[in-house]
Write a protein that binds this ligand. Sequence first.
Ligand code: LLP
Length: 438
Amino acid sequence: MKARETLKIKENGHLEIGGADCVELAARFGTPLYVLDEEYIRSVCRGYTRLLAEKYPNSKIVYASKAFSSLAIYPIVYSEGLGADVVSGGELYTARKAGMPASEMYFHGNNKSAAELEFAVREGVHAVVTDSFYEIDLLDEIARKQNKKQGVLVRVNPGIDAHTHRFIQTTRPDSKFGFSIADGAALNVLQTIAKKENLDFLGLHCHIGSQIFELKPFALAVDKMTDFIVQAAQCGIKVRELNMGGGYGVTYTAEDKPLQPWEYVDAIVEKLSECVREKRIDAPKLILEPGRSIVGEAGITLYTVGAIKEIEGIKKYIAVDGGMFENPRYALYQSKYDAVLANRALDAPCETVTVAGKCCESGDMLIENICLPKAKSGDLLAVFTTGAYHYSMASNYNRNPVPPVVLVNRGESEYIVKPQSYEDMLAREVIPARLGVE
Ligand code: LLP
């Protein structure tokens, strides 16, 4: 457990987050329960904005909504000076409903639909990050029909091999994302956009992957992107914005040793300033899009321990009331997590167990081989670093309701996502009359 002022163990052995006692949270809101620490989210946002204000004021941090999108998250990040990266009509709709101005938004996606693009142009998003020739033609036509000139960035693949899980690497040569610099596609697309009457080319975007710990791939990406800015300038194309994506790693277990989130930003800024000087280019506006580092460690999930099963000499399972419907990351990426018994977190860990979910699937695990105090049915398990890519990736698999989300701050706690009832799950379903059910 990585303790902090807003995440600690109290003298009575109860885990406390954002000033709220986890045993009380579980009693009041039930389990499984996602809990988000508002102060932590704000502190990371401030770390980023302070650093940039000092070292590269011509910049903007946009929160990558895909990490956690719900109505309440947008007013928090917006009030800290952040914009938003949205990746679907649904995220755009949520952000707008929550009061995030469209002018603060970047709209991503490798295959946005015509309806999504029409919506984005109508709302007036600052930039659509284009990722295909198909989309460029479509977007130009949509902007023309709406009598607008739409700002665009071009997603570029600088070809960097960042060390993270294969599924969350994005700039390998075979990636589905971005126009490759190496094969000339990127330059080609800039020239195509320059001829489009209803598109306003603003600049370039790249995102090298997620959950990255090293600084080197980011510096390398800045180097490649600024080389490309020089190339574009030689063709008379000015890059006003450079969006370097997100991807800064967070701590899931003691094996993970990320830097402070803003240290990644610092490295990007240092490298960019150096490249601007040495390559004699006009300093572009720098955009960064962190998601996981803003909400990841802010979140924990509380579970109640139920069945305990020991296979003599082989394995001991403790099953909890969650599973891959609320955390599919183990099943997808073999992700690792740390956890404590939140009702007796001071008891000494003494046995290695596997935490199993409740879904009908052998791969439905949450944590393989974790050393915990001897758990009993009814104990409360808190799993750390569940703020990013948990609620946003949850499903109703096995018809389990998606757990509610509670926001905690200075001891106050309230729902930001209410519990989903069985009725809610059926709300959009119909039985055709010809099936003859009364
Ligand atoms: N910008 C773009 C264009 C992205 O594709 C992503 C993440 C981000 C920013 C934010 O990256 P972050 O700062 O959160 O690392 N579901 C996976 C993560 C997928 C990340 C996809 N793109 C997981 O659970 O680990």
